[in-house]
Design a protein around this ligand. Structure first.
Ligand code: ZN
Ligand code: ZN
Ligand code: FE
Length: 747
């Protein structure tokens, strides 16, 4: 048998991850000849040799790939006559009309690069932008595909001859590393004072000096700026809080190493593995010593350095506060000029560099639950990896919620969830949202054929969807909020068919026009029925009660025993049902109990009531009466018992624990009844309330004890950031309601 020529196409995350050098080594080992190139689909390998050898080679590629790659498919697309090529080479990329590339997320500095950073004899010694095929910026610098230097923000930095030689040397770790650079040709640091005036001298030393003196420095990172200060200087932290208008929200810290992190938090190997993973998320860890100035709950957000610049900065500190540089929930700041303007009066100095950031990307935030990430925010390090959902069909854009906005764009059976976007009520955030949608459509080269949004017509994401569909003549589907949460958790676990959803959150528009959020739903991807809920809570003054939670505490008390007369205005409002919309939101029940326990009378961010109760809870197995009337949890007996124990002087932490234990038992009892009636086995837990680790640990355990199979989120967040995944799957499977375009019969 003679030699033949075969063309092999590899799809997946195969660009910017050292895939072609890997192929080169494998081809040489197999004694084949030909070339490899990046295409907009992935990678195309043309080889000459015996047909058997080529087939074996393709087979090998399915399971063998470098650590950061992810191979989806390997296909031999053509057989031809051999033309007698010699050796093996890597050829220029071609731009094809269809873009099937997967783009790698940003990856933390690898050990080899760290070695060079510390090596006095290396030409990249102390260079804050070194990277290689195995690490460095990716998603945040990519402007277009294919992933080649000119299509990134490194396009403006032509390689010096030495870097060029490394780039072309197949034996080199930087072979075809698109963002590779060195002190001679790459980005440079700069330092500006509080006014934004350039200061001469070593930028890094100037920043360290400012930090050491208790100053606040804005540091340009991968996906945006951080505001940094010493975390052992309570005064500095307080100044940062005041200037950033972040009086209460927890602040994350960046620790030099795992050992340094152990000075602040108690954690084990599972957490350490996530902390040191190439994604380097902020991991929420049980705080050790008194860190009240950083967080008022039991968790402290900790991350390890993920860029060379961070490693250099952290040489001088065990840990630094590193919080996203944004003001009052605006998008994270990414450009130098933007930082200097927006952070006037906030930062005492600016540690800048001249490599532009294309896409904003906040740090990811998660807990480690049973050894696996449990996201509060899925962003840097994970975006834009797809989430596979095993459903093909039309290209769908799911527009998400509003406060924790995100979107999902599908391409065949892949879903690409966006990075953390934030609260769309800010005009800047809405613009960022729209820009990222456009960017994703360009990177993945798809145009949605169908849009899907929340049923709440006032959500700005729903308005975006409506306007766009009107304008482009596309169909639009609306999906009920809690159904989307439920299907999100199903898709997250690749679960199909009928199941029970325990969907607890703060607020979502229900099918009956009231506010829901303490729901038990039975359904699948197409439809659902509401089979249980909690007794509605009147919100005195509507939206105001979400912030002034004493109003909710008052309403609970009023409903429970009807004797409170302290506030005649509220009393009258309740009696007449005047401006007291009813909510079944579980988050509201937490708020009310938080207020009743005297923990707080008002909150500064939504969900704070639940966070404070979780933080207060001690170990206690007690609980209050669980009264279920029909399909409704009547919390009045529980509220009475709580008030009674409080009067008796029972410790707040014990009451908090008993309150949550009551909810667990209520959920178990409801699940037992519903699953028994309907013959169901699977129970999915979703909605923002399941960020509560107390519930997340106990409820699944108890559900298992009664013979049910619980599922929690694994790949996306349980809060509204995860909504878009559920919306997308519902739309793809023919659920939801048409708002624009074809009627349900057309589908
Ligand atoms: Zn590296
Ligand atoms: Zn160079
Ligand atoms: Fe929600």
């Amino acid at each position: 048998m003679g030699a033949v020529r075969g063309k092999i196409e590899v799809r997946g995350i195969v660009q910017g991850v050292g895939y072609r050098p890997f192929i080169h080594r494998q081809v040489r080992r197999a004694g084949l000849r030909g070339w490899v190139k990046n295409t907009s689909h992935g990678v195309e390998i043309t080889l000459e040799g015996e047909r058997d050898a080529l087939e074996a080679f393709a087979e090998m590629l399915r399971t063998n790939y470098p650590p950061l790659a992810m191979v989806e498919s390997v296909t031999i697309t053509a057989w031809n006559k051999a033309e007698g090529v010699d050796g093996f080479r890597i050829t220029e990329s071609t731009k094809l009309p269809l873009r099937r590339t997967l783009i790698s997320p940003d990856i933390a500095t690898c050990d080899d690069c760290l070695g060079e950073l510390e090596d006095k004899n290396d030409r990249r010694f102390g260079y804050p932008f070194l990277n290689c095929t195995n690490c460095g910026p990716r998603f945040t610098i990519i402007r277009d595909v294919p992933y080649d230097r000119p299509n990134t923000t490194m396009g403006g930095f032509p390689m010096c001859p030495v870097c060029g030689r490394e780039y072309h040397d197949i034996e080199n770790r930087r072979y075809h590393a698109q963002p590779t650079c060195c002190p001679d040709c790459g980005p440079q640091l700069g330092y500006c004072d509080a006014d934004g005036t350039r200061v001469e001298g070593d930028a890094l030393s100037l920043a360290v000096e400012t930090l050491q003196k208790g100053g606040i420095v804005a540091v340009k990172g991968l996906g945006g700026f951080h505001l940094s200060c010493r975390c052992d200087d309570a005064g500095a932290v307080l100044r940062l809080r005041n200037r950033k208008h972040r009086e209460e929200k927890p602040l994350a810290i960046m620790c030099r190493s795992i050992d340094a992190a152990k000075k602040f938090c108690a954690f084990g190997d599972e957490e350490a593995a996530v902390l040191t993973s190439p994604q380097r998320p902020i991991t929420l860890l049980k705080k050790r010593s008194d860190m009240a100035h950083l967080t008022n709950n039991q968790y402290l957000g900790v991350m390890l350095p993920y860029t060379p610049l961070h490693h250099l900065l952290l040489r001088s500190f065990d840990a630094l506060v590193m919080t996203s540089a944004n003001l009052s929930d605006l998008p994270i700041i990414k450009d130098n000029e933007e930082a200097i303007t927006a952070l006037q009066g906030v930062a005492d100095g600016f540690l800048l560099h001249d490599r532009p950031i294309e896409s904003r990307c906040d740090d990811s935030l998660l807990w480690v639950h049973e050894g696996m990430p449990y996201f509060a925010r899925r962003s840097r390090g994970y975006v834009p990896y797809p989430v596979a959902v095993d459903i093909d069909g039309e290209t769908v854009l799911a527009c998400g919620g509003e406060q924790k906005a995100s979107f999902c764009l599908s391409r065949e059976s892949d879903v690409f969830p966006s990075a953390h976007i934030g609260d769309l009520k800010n005009a800047e955030t809405l613009t960022h949202y729209e820009q990222q949608i456009t960017h994703f459509e360009k990177l993945f080269d798809v145009k949605p054929e169908l849009l899907v949004c929340d049923q709440h017509p006032d959500y700005l994401s729903a308005r975006y969807a409506y306007d766009r569909c009107k304008h482009e003549g596309l169909p639009l589907i609306a999906v009920q909020h809690h159904h989307a949460h439920m299907v999100s958790c199903m898709a997250d676990n690749r679960l199909t068919g009928k199941c029970l959803g325990i969907i607890w959150d703060g607020t979502g528009l229900g099918d009956d026009g009231t506010i829901w959020g303490g729901e038990f739903l039975v359904g699948d991807e197409q439809s659902y029925e509401r089979v249980g809920s909690i007794r509605p809570i009147p919100l005195i003054g509507g939206e105001r009660a979400i912030w002034e939670i004493e109003r909710i505490g008052y309403a609970l008390l009023h409903e429970a025993d009807g004797i409170s007369e302290e506030n005649p205005v509220w009393e009258r409002m309740l009696l007449r049902g005047m401006n007291c919309p009813a909510s079944t939101g579980m988050g509201r029940l937490f708020d009310g109990v938080c207020a009743l326990l005297g923990l707080r009378s008002s909150v500064s961010y939504e969900g704070q009531g639940a966070v404070l109760l979780e933080a207060a809870a001690t170990e206690d197995e007690g609980r209050y009466p669980v009264v279920i009337e029909g399909d409704t949890f009547d919390w009045r007996e529980m509220v009475k018992a709580i008030v009674h124990e409080k009067v008796q002087g029972v410790e707040t932490g014990v009451i908090a624990a008993r309150f949550m234990n009551t909810l667990v038992e209520m959920a178990v009892e409801m699940s037992r009844r519903i699953c028994g009636d309907k013959g169901l086995q699977h129970v999915v837990l979703s909605g923002g309330v399941f960020q509560n680790q107390y519930l997340l640990t106990r409820l699944p355990r108890r559900l298992r004890e009664v013979g049910l199979t619980p599922y929690i989120h694994r790949r996306v967040s349980c809060n509204d950031e995860g909504l878009s995944l559920g919306q997308l799957v519902i739309a793809k499977k023919g659920g939801g309601v048409y708002v624009l375009g074809s009627t349900a019969e057309d589908r």
